[in-house]
Design a protein around this ligand. Structure first.
Ligand code: BTN
Length: 255
C-alpha cells in the first residue's frame, strides 16, 4: 500500500504527504485559504526547509522526523487547542512506541530530559491549523544550535505515529472531553512543584509552579508571595533567586 493511503487509513481523514516543503503549517493554511482543502485534513512532510516554531523561532526539520499539520474546524473550548494536541501526541507515542514523554507547559514534550516535540497552533477565521514536529531520530550531526533538542530514537514509524496522533486529537475534540484531557495533561506535567523563571512586562521573575488551571494557564507563586496565572509565553526551569519561607509569605498578596 502506498504511504499516502496508509496515512489516510491510520488517520481516518484525507491526507497528503510531501517529500519536502518549507512548512506544513504554511502550506496547509494557504490551501485552506484558497479553499483547495477542507477540515479535517492532514498534511505530512518528510522534511521542512523553513519549519516554524513558537515565538517566531525556527524548528529544525531534517529527514527522519515527523512534521505534520492538521486542519480542523476552530474548536469551541475553554482549553487551548495545544493542550489537547499535547495530550494526543503523548498518548500516540505511548501507544505506538511504548515511551511515556512528559509535558513542559505550555506544549513541549520531553523525553530523557530533552525536547522531542513542539506544537504550533495557528488560527484562520473559522478553522485552525495545528502543527506538530516530533524528533524521531537524532541526525548524524545532532541538533546544531539547539542543545535542548533530542529524539525518541526508538525506530517509530512516522506514518503510524502521525495517524495515531490525528485520531487521538480528533477524538478528544469530538466531545466534551476537557476534564479527561486536563487530567491527563496534569498527570504528565513536568513543572509542578518546580521553580521557574519567566518574564512579565519586561520584568524577570522567579516562581514556584503550583499547577495548571481549568483553562490551561500555569499557576505560579512568585518569590514575593504573589500568585499569578501565566496564559502564554515561555518559562525556564530553575530559579536565580532564593524563595522566602512559606511563613514569611503569609497574608501577602493573597491573590
Ligand atoms: C515549537 O517548538 O516552538 C513549535 C514547533 C512546531 C513545529 C511543527 S513541524 C510541523 C509544523 N510546521 C511548521 O512549520 N511548524 C510545525
Amino acid at each position: 500500500m502506498k504511504d499516502e493511503e496508509r496515512l489516510r487509513r491510520a488517520a481516518g481523514i484525507p491526507a497528503r504527504i510531501l517529500s519536502e516543503t518549507d512548512s506544513t503549517n504554511l502550506r496547509l493554511k494557504e490551501a485552506a485559504r484558497e479553499g483547495s482543502v477542507r477540515a479535517p485534513f492532514l498534511l505530512l512532510a518528510h522534511s521542512q526547509t523553513g519549519g516554524r516554531g513558537r515565538l517566531g523561532r525556527a524548528f529544525l526539520s531534517p529527514r527522519g522526523g515527523l512534521y505534520m499539520s492538521l486542519l480542523l474546524p476552530m474548536p469551541k473550548s475553554p482549553l487551548p487547542l495545544t493542550v489537547f494536541a499535547a495530550v494526543a501526541v503523548c498518548r500516540a507515542i505511548e501507544e505506538t512506541a511504548s515511551l511515556s514523554p512528559r509535558i513542559k507547559w505550555v506544549n513541549d514534550l520531553f523525553w530523557n530530559g530533552k525536547k522531542i516535540c513542539g506544537i504550533l497552533a495557528e488560527g484562520l477565521s473559522d478553522q485552525a491549523v495545528v502543527g506538530i514536529g516530533v524528533n524521531l531520530k537524532t541526525p548524524e550531526n545532532g541538533f546544531p544550535g539547539v542543545p535542548i533538542a533530542g529524539a525518541l530514537d526508538c525506530g517509530a514509524d512516522p506514518i503510524a505515529l502521525a495517524g495515531c496522533i490525528a485520531r487521538h486529537l480528533l477524538a478528544l475534540l469530538s466531545g466534551p472531553r476537557e476534564a479527561e484531557a486536563l487530567a491527563f495533561y496534569r498527570s504528565r506535567m513536568m513543572l509542578t512543584g518546580e521553580t521557574i523563571r519567566y518574564t512579565e512586562n519586561g520584568l524577570k521573575k522567579n516562581a514556584l509552579v503550583l499547577g495548571v488551571d481549568e483553562r490551561g494557564g500555569l499557576m505560579v507563586r512568585d518569590t514575593d508571595g504573589a500568585q499569578a496565572i501565566l496564559r502564554a509565553g515561555e518559562v525556564t526551569v530553575g530559579s536565580d533567586q532564593p524563595f522566602s519561607s512559606p511563613d514569611a509569605l503569609e497574608n501577602r498578596h493573597p491573590q
